[in-house]
Every structure is written in C-alpha cells, then in structure tokens.
Design a protein around this ligand. Structure first.
Ligand code: RIB
Length: 320
C-alpha cells in the first residue's frame, strides 16, 4: 500500500492547559494544580498525528511572528510534517487555546489570532500542493471562506475531502456538497442537522441525524460517540458501529484529532471505511493515554504494538 499524502488546512494553537479538580462555576475562582504550555490546534494536532502514523503531510496554516509560533512549527517538524506553507503574519499573534483539564474532561476557549489570517487567496497559492495530494483534511478553526476555497480546489483536482466540523457551527450546502467524509461528534451533529441524537443504545435518533446530514451532501458521515465509540453510514448503506477501546485516560484533549488522522490515513491507504474507522479508534485510544494534544499522538508502530493481532495491518508502520 502506498504512503498517504495528505494536506491539512487548519489551525495552530498554543494550548495553555490548567489542571484542576473541577471546572469553576460562573463567577467562581478556584485553585488550579498545574499549568502547561503545549502545542495544539485542531489542524496541527491532526497533522502531527498523521505524520506519526507515517503519512507525508503538508500543514497549511498561519502563526504570528512570536515565540509561540516557533514552538508550534518545531513540534510539527519533529513529527515529519512539512511547514513550508504555514505563513508567518505580523497582523496577529499565534492562536491560543485556554484549556481547563479535570480528571474527567476538558473545556476549551480558543482565541483565533493568526488562524483568522489564513485567507482564501492563500489556498490559491497552494493549489499545486493540493493537486499532488491524495486528500485534504479540514476543520473549522480558520475562516469558513478559506475552508470552502480549499474544498473547491480539492474537488477541482478530484481529491478526497475530509471535514472535521469542529468547533460546531452550521455549514452552507456549497461546502457540504464538496465533502466526502464528515466527522462530527454528537454536539456538532446536532448543530448541523437540528436533530438531537442523544439517547444511546437505540440507533434510530442517531441514524435520523446521520441521514439528515447525508441529505445535505457528504457521501459518508462518521460520527464519534465518546465512550460509545463511533458510527458511520455512507449514503444508501446501513449504519455501522465501532466500539471504543477501554483505556487509562490521562488527557482527552486531541482525541478527536487523533481519530480524524487515523481515519484519513486509512482511507488514503485505500482501506474500506470500516477498516479506516477501526484505525481511527485505535489512534484515538492511544492518544488519550498521554498528556498533551500532540505529545499523545501514537506512531503506527505503537498502534501495531498495542493492538497486536487486532490492529489494522499497514505496510507503512515503520515511520516515527
Ligand atoms: O482538538 C483539541 C484542540 O482544540 C486543542 O489542541 C486546542 O488548541 C483546540 O484547538
């Protein structure tokens, strides 16, 4: 199988992570336990995860002319990601994410900064990179017009387009009609469709939401369900499910990014969607066992070592 070649167009953030026993209530001040500055941003996290799995990855994004930007580029480079098309702007500081991490979950507030400076015309400059890739992987932490232009160019060159619609927002048909795989979590699925799919155990509300999203254009919906794993459905086919792996959770930040990277990697290797979803679940499972959105991303060798016989086989597992 060939080595996947993937362009990630998205955000780079410095994650400012405060560990606390619980979230503060509105208007309340509580004492945190630790503070860490670690590389993050949904786009960069997905790029790092892809690099560690063994893909040839180009990151397209923007950072400020500051020390956070330098740290973020170093993290991408260390995972083999090409950063030649990450622009450095004087117009805004590098994006940041303020993350409160409790033993159970996290909450995140992002300040886009330089991410908001990634423009539609920047996509025109990388058309040749898109034309030479297998797939374009997108999220929603950069301007929507930029996401749309990247998807347009990918469609023009017949490339696979995968959209992780995070953070949640409604999306225009002009974008959804260009997406092959869309990967919402429960909140994002509800925002995109108006159908609340909560009520696990019974597929019908979930399938109703998935069908509502398929009707808007994407060819396949792959939805992440937290502890319930994931489910996917291509148009005209049945809803299928992937169980979650039970792990010792250290940090869930970036789990969704790991999932998207595993999915994109598997699809670009030419695997059928069920196998790609299995790899996505394995990648995400290992990602939560370490602290930090990017530091936790596993290499393909780690995926194969941990999941052994159950791991999705790959010819490209010596990277990282
Ligand atoms: O998906 C996790 C990421 O969301 C964090 O790294 C943070 O930067 C926000 O973008």
């Amino acid at each position: 199988m060939k080595r996947p070649r993937i362009v990630v167009v998205g955000s780079l953030n410095m994650d400012i992570v405060v560990k606390a026993a619980r979230f503060p209530a509105a208007g309340e001040t509580i004492a945190g336990e630790e503070i860490h500055f670690v590389p993050g941003g949904k786009g960069a996290n997905q790029a790092v995860a892809l690099g560690r799995l063994g893909a040839e990855v180009t990151m397209v994004g923007a950072v400020g002319a500051d020390s956070f930007g330098g740290t973020l580029l170093a993290s991408l480079n260390a995972s083999g990601v090409s950063c030649e098309h990450v622009k450095k702007t004087e117009k805004a500081p590098t994006g940041t994410a303020s993350i409160t991490l409790t033993p159970e979950e996290n909450s995140i507030v992002i300040v886009a900064g330089a991410n908001a400076e990634l423009r539609e015309e920047d996509m025109d400059h990388i058309e040749a990179i898109i034309a030479g890739a297998d797939a374009v992987l997108l999220q929603l932490e950069i301007p929507l017009g930029t996401v749309e232009r990247a998807a347009e160019l990918a469609e023009k060159h017949g490339k696979l387009v995968i959209l992780n619609p995070a953070p949640a927002r409604a999306l225009p048909p002009s974008l959804l009609g260009r997406i092959h795989y869309i990967t919402p979590n429960g909140t994002e699925l509800a925002v995109l469709t108006g159908v609340d799919s909560a009520g696990e155990g019974d597929d019908s509300p979930l399938e109703e939401a998935v069908d509502a999203l398929l009707a808007q254009g994407p060819s396949c919906v792959v939805t992440t369900l937290g502890a319930e794993g994931a489910a996917w459905k291509a148009r005209g086919e049945k809803l299928r499910r992937q169980q979650a792996h039970r792990m010792q959770v250290v940090d869930t930040t970036g789990a969704g990014d790991a999932f998207n990277a595993g999915l994109a990697y598997g699809l670009c290797e030419g695997r059928e969607v069920g196998e790609a979803v299995a790899l996505a679940a394995q990648t995400a499972a290992l990602a939560v066992t370490k602290f930090g959105a990017q530091d936790g991303m596993p290499t393909m060798a780690e995926v194969l070592n941990y999941f052994g016989q159950n791991a999705v086989p790959s010819s490209e597992h010596d990277a990282g």
